[in-house]
Every structure is written in C-alpha cells, then in structure tokens.
Design a protein around this ligand. Sequence first.
Ligand code: HEC
Ligand code: HEC
Length: 306
Amino acid sequence: MKKYKLIAAISVIIAGVIIASCKTQFATTKERFTAAESPRALEHGRNLVYSICAGCHYNRGVNKFIGNQIEDVPGIAGKVYSANLTHSKTHGLIPRYSDAEIKYLLKTGVGRDGRFLSYMLRPNMSDEDINDIIIFLRSNADPALAAADTTIGLTHFTTIGKMYMGMHADPVPYKTGIKRPSESNPAALGYYLVDNLGCFHCHSKSLTSLNLINPDQTKGYLAGGIKLKGEKGMEVVASNITPDKNAGIGNYTRQQFSKALKDGEAPDRKLHPPMPKFDRLSDREIDAIYAYLQTVPPNGHKVERN
Ligand code: HEC
Ligand code: HEC
C-alpha cells in the first residue's frame, strides 16, 4: 500500500512540475483593426460561418449559435464546450471581443484573455475571409445570432487534460496580408478550402497531429480513419478522400462529389454527421476542391466502416 501512495505522490509532483513549466498565458494583440462592411462581405461571411464555425458552435437543438459540448474530447481530459457566439451581453463571446481580437484568435490561436485555444486556428485564412466572418458575426442579419442569454456548459480540464493542453500550447506567429487564391487557379483555391473548411482536420490520421501551417504534411493526409462522435454519440469513421480508386474517392464524378458535399449523399449511402453539409459552397468552390483532391497522392489506406 505504502508503495502505491509513494508512486501516487510522485506522479502528482511530476504532473505539477509539468503544468507549472508549461506556458499557458500568451501575449494578446494591440493592433487597431475594424472590419470593413459591405453587402458582399456580409453574405460571404455568412457562408463562411455556416461552413466553418457552425460545425462546433451552432446548436441544432435550438437553432442558435449557443455552442455545444465537443464530444470528441476524451472524458479523461475533461469536458470542452464551444462558446456562445450570439449577441448576448451576459453569455456571448462576440460582444466581448474586439475585431482585432477575433482576427488574432483565428490567426494565432490566442484568445483575448491570453489562453491558447487551438480549435479555430486558421493560420492560412485570408485577411478578407476573416474580415467577412467578423462582419457577419456582428450583424443582425440572422436570428441564429440574436442574443441568447444561456450557456451550454463551461470548459473544465482534469489534471491530465491540463498537462496535455499545456504541452501542446503552441500559438502561431501573427501574419497578415494573406490572400485567398483566385478562382482562375482551381487547384490552389481547392487546397485553400480543404485547409480552411477543415476537411483535412477530420479526414487525416489524428485530430492531435494536424500540421495547421502546412496541411498537406499532416500524417495520413486525407486518408481517413478518425473515429468521430456523430448524432447521439454514434461513432462515425471519416472516409479516405484521396483519389485512390479502391480505398478513396477516385471513382467519384464531379456530380457525385457535389451531392456528397451539399446534400450529404454519397453514391452508396447517406452520409452521417459530423460530416457537415456544405450547402453554401458555390459551384466554382466545389469544382476547385474536386480539382485539388485529384492532385493529392492516392493513399490505399482502407477505412473500416461499421
Ligand atoms: C472544431 C470546433 C470549433 C470550430 C470549427 C470553431 N470553434 Fe470556436 N470554439 C471552440 C471551442 C471548443 C471553444 C471554447 C474553448 C474553451 O473555452 O476552452 C471555442 C471558443 C470560441 C470563442 C471564444 C474564445 C474565448 O475567449 O473563450 C470564439 C470567439 C470562437 N470560438 C469563434 C469561432 C469562430 C469565428 C469560428 C469559425 C471561424 C470558430 N470559432 C470555429 C470550437 C470550435
Ligand atoms: C467535422 C468532421 C468533417 C469535416 C470538417 C469534413 N468531413 Fe467529410 N466526412 C466526415 C465523416 C465522419 C464522413 C463519413 C460519414 C459516413 O460514413 O456516414 C465523411 C465523409 C465524406 C465523404 C464521403 C466519402 C465516401 O465515403 O464515399 C466525402 C466526399 C467527404 N467527406 C468530403 C469532405 C470534404 C471535401 C470536406 C471539406 C470541404 C469534408 N469532407 C469535411 C467528417 C468530416
């Protein structure tokens, strides 16, 4: 018994030292920046927010951006809830953030209180796309953003979760002046979208080994296999979306690809969440993703579906 107590005591000390030695507070932004409004920015921002942020922040139970529990975080690490992004003065995060702070959060992963939050890190997102996201989030253009004075839960980490987060707190250096590739270069635009829409997050080897700066250097890039939590906790395995003819989507036509993305219908079955419905993407954007995916090296990794 004594021996176990000693081991437990030593483990607690080691955990304490690791947590203490990990940096958990980072410098915040001093930039002055105000997002520029335009009708185009508003509509484009709406499409981006529904295609990117909604997956985690839009609550389907109440049809509002009040947040959700992130079920893919293992219980041993704690409980993580995405934030309320409505205009609520008491519970909403957007009214508390300045435009510059939202931009800084997306580009570096550092929140306004100096914490590192990796979930929405988009180091390669264009300045224009970030501008448009902010314009939409601040607008009164959508009832799903209207103030909802409620919270779905507060993030809480266990000692193990804190250790993990501390060891992986790695803000990305702030960089501005990033441009979105033009539609005249479909493969480049396609890569940009696979990066910023987060396709490679779910469709590669592991959520914890993403290369956010150079997505195509991520382990098992687009070859699938991650087990994700779908509706009612159902386990859904993300597909191999490399152009391999047997294991991947090498046999997809452009039409079938569009149907899978927009309607959630693959040629052989209905697709389950968390595969999002990308019904706000333009035909040009779908063309671009389709063109880009054909340039990715085919990977024969077979994904077992239950
Ligand atoms: C993969 C899931 C995921 C996606 C996608 C996502 N978020 Fe989040 N977001 C979270 C989680 C989880 C938190 C809360 C983290 C915490 O409190 O520890 C959060 C917190 C926030 C916060 C509050 C940060 C704070 O200071 O507490 C803002 C603002 C935010 N997200 C904006 C966005 C925007 C804008 C997008 C789309 C561009 C987005 N998020 C996409 C998961 C996500
Ligand atoms: C939040 C995680 C997530 C994101 C983000 C995501 N996917 Fe998926 N995707 C999945 C899952 C899980 C499946 C498997 C669904 C099933 O089998 O029911 C899937 C299935 C697919 C399929 C069907 C392939 C097959 O098995 O025939 C295609 C195509 C696809 N995704 C493409 C994309 C593209 C392109 C993007 C980005 C625009 C994307 N996905 C973003 C999780 C995601």
